[in-house]
Design a binder for this molecule. Structure first.
Ligand code: AHR
Length: 653
């Protein structure tokens, strides 16, 4: 090749590179042609006990197996601590129960102990007891002692090997009857550790029995049986409109006995037996029905209550008819506990539990994913619940768990559900393909749609074994697909009235999780939002009230949506650029009288699709807000590579 040939090849390469660096798309937004109302409840949360969501997660209790019910064979998570020369034994005692519900206790026989040689029991928490500096912890426990025991019990927060004590307090006297003791433990300036332990120790000989040993750090709104502050803050920042609880599979249970039996989850924690949860570990039920409701109250979320509907994950079911009646009554009682005033039996029970005022309730979901019930019993079961609920609570909307993503033959035929709950766990590629039209063709006469579980996975299905080796939370690639999917739900939110990502939580410690991807990750000390968390937060905080019609010249490159806040005239434009190249978008706002030249761009982007957040790098992929200028009815905005953008444009209509 000649020199001039080389030169022209070089300039051709430059031109090609320049073109590759910037894709171009045209986006037209019809601001003066509303295409429907944005559902005010579109952005919400879904929760259940999975991946240690509550125990070892949101629920702030730091002691694992506090009620000694986790393993009948021994005191799991408790160990014997013996100072130099001390002699003691520890055992699980079935013969000295705390009460008729908590039928085991922890027995400590202190044989050779003295002022300088103490012995005790230590709890290792959930992957360690996290201890932070300058923090007040509330410790409590039940204890009783043999007659010869005369000494105090020392409560201490220590490092895992006992070499360091962070805080200590004493209970002077333990009698021969069960009694509850509480102490405050205040830490000093020692650095935070995720790996501490709680120790109850003695230095006088005798036998002491312990039960319901509990340790709480400061909680959100200072609730006594409350939630972790950092995780609540992450949720609050999402501004969720509702909470779907308590499942998911958790409401069904593997068997009838292990369903979410709400009556066993209320009242004092020492009256809650806990139960084997369907995700392979035992739930303390410290997060019980009232705690779910108070969680809603604290974040101003509307409860979306799922009731047990006679189907278990082992594929057993209870036929509609008399056998199902007690479970229908249980659901009615549950609704009364939530909504009844103190003149009702269950409203009064709620008041006794500490919450006099009823909670609001509009939606009740009957079961969960009943398409798994191949017996065909759901139609009859749904009808029985539906009729009983409507007879007593005509204003409640009943949600069917079988939606239009399942064959016609499986759906409810004998009643018209108010709402259908549809679940979509799909690959990023499927989401991006289906986002532009998935809900566009649905019958506007209803039922309303609740996308009660959804999440994009990158490649490996969430429930497959290989997913265990992958990071617990989604990458930017998944977040881009999630954002694309949300543009479709928001554009159809005249019909898609509620939606929520699932699962919401994961404890990132080894062995803690059963599923991926999950929205929010944490260990004992700290928590973080995934890129998908931030994408949802951006949408949820910028949804307006009116859907606008949009058209883009190249939907393979750009997925988009637009809404308007009719009162303020703010137009929210959502742009999802999945490309490695920036995309210069020529935006045309049709039907506006004028536009303020200054607007805001909130952008979530990363260097590569596999970028993600972790406990050590919690905000590697996080939204950045910038002022943009030169905004007009026709203007260009360049969306960065691999990005989700929300533009806020101030228009006069
Ligand atoms: O979100 C995890 C599980 O996926 C839910 O418990 C269940 O409803 C669905 O199959």
């Amino acid at each position: 090749m000649t020199l001039s040939g080389l030169a022209s090849l070089a300039s051709a390469l430059v031109i090609t590179t320049a073109l590759a660096a910037n894709a171009q798309t045209t986006l037209t937004i019809d601001v003066d042609h509303p295409a429907g109302k944005v559902s005010p409840t579109l952005y919400g949360l879904m929760t259940e006990e999975i991946n240690h969501s509550y125990d070892g997660g949101l629920y702030a209790e730091l002691v694992q197996n506090r009620a000694l019910m986790d393993d009948p064979a021994g005191p799991a998570h408790w160990s014997l601590v013996q100072g130099d020369g001390a002699l003691a034994t520890m055992s699980l005692d079935h013969a000295v129960p705390l009460n008729d519900v908590l039928t085991n206790s922890l027995r400590l026989d202190a044989v050779t102990v003295s002022e300088s040689r103490s012995a005790g029991v230590a709890n290792d928490g959930y992957w360690g007891v996290p201890v932070k500096p300058h923090t007040k912890y509330r410790a409590s426990f039940y204890a009783k002692a043999s007659d010869e025991f005369t000494g105090p019990v020392t409560v201490s927060l220590e490092s895992a090997d006992g070499s360091e004590t962070f805080a200590r307090a004493k209970v002077r006297r333990v009698g021969s009857e069960w009694k509850r003791f509480t102490v405050t433990l205040k830490t000093g300036s020692a650095a935070a550790t995720a790996n501490g332990r709680l120790v109850l120790s003695v230095n006088h000989p005798g036998t002491i029995w312990f039960d319901v040993a509990s340790l709480f750090p400061p909680t959100w709104r200072n609730r006594p049986n409350g939630n972790r502050m950092d995780i609540m803050q992450l949720l609050s920042d999402m501004r969720p409109a509702f909470l779907r609880f308590p499942g998911g599979n958790y409401v069904e249970g593997d068997t009838l006995e292990t369903r979410f039996d709400w009556k066993k989850t209320i009242g004092p924690i020492e009256r809650r037996p806990g139960h084997a949860c369907c995700w392979g570990y035992r739930s303390s039920d410290g997060m019980g029905l009232l705690e779910f409701l108070e969680w809603c109250e604290d974040l101003k979320m509307e409860p979306a209550l799922a009731v047990y509907a006679g189907y278990n994950l082992n594929h057993s079911h209870i036929d509609a008819g008399p056998a199902l009646e007690p479970f229908v009554q249980d659901a009615l009682d549950e609704i009364e506990y939530v909504t009844g005033d103190v003149s009702t039996k269950w409203g009064a029970e709620r008041a006794r539990d500490g919450h006099r005022a009823p909670f609001p309730l509009r939606y009740v979901e009957i079961g969960n994913e009943d398409w798994f019930d191949q017996s065909g019993s759901y139609d009859g079961r749904f009808a029985q619940f539906f009729d009983a609920i409507k007879a007593k609570y005509p204003n409640l909307k009943c949600i069917s768990t079988i939606g239009t993503e399942h064959p016609e033959g499986q759906r409810i035929k004998t009643r018209k559900p108010d709402v259908l709950d549809e679940h979509y766990y799909s690959s990023a590629a499927t989401y991006e393909k289906e986002a532009p039209e998935r809900f566009d063709t649905y019958d506007r006469k209803g039922p309303e749609i609740f996308v009660g579980e959804w999440a994009a996975y990158e490649d490996v299905k969430p429930w497959e074994r290989e997913s265990r080796g992958l990071p617990p939370t989604p990458t930017l690639k998944a977040a881009l697909a999630d954002a694309a999917w949300m543009t479709g739900m928001e554009r159809n939110s005249d019909l898609v009235v509620m939606q929520c990502y699932a699962p919401m939580f994961v404890n990132v410690n080894p062995g803690a999780r059963q599923w991926r991807p999950n929205l929010i990750g944490y260990n004992g000390l700290t928590s973080f939002g995934s890129p998908s968390y931030y994408a949802i937060q951006m949408f949820s905080r910028n949804h307006g009230d009116t859907i606008l019609k949009t058209s883009a010249s190249d939907s393979a490159r750009l997925l988009e949506g637009a809404t308007l806040d009719a009162k303020s005239g703010v137009v929210f434009v959502k742009l999802v650029n999945r490309d490695a190249r920036a995309n210069r978008v020529a935006i045309h706002l049709r039907g506006v009288r004028s536009v303020e030249p200054e607007g805001t761009a909130v952008t979530l982007s990363g260097v590569a699709p596999d970028a993600l957040n972790t406990v050590d790098s919690p905000t590697r992929v996080a939204p950045v807000a910038t002022q943009i200028s030169g905004v007009k009815a026709d203007f260009d905005y360049t969306a960065p590579p691999y990005s989700v953008t929300v533009l806020r444009l101030h228009c006069k209509l």
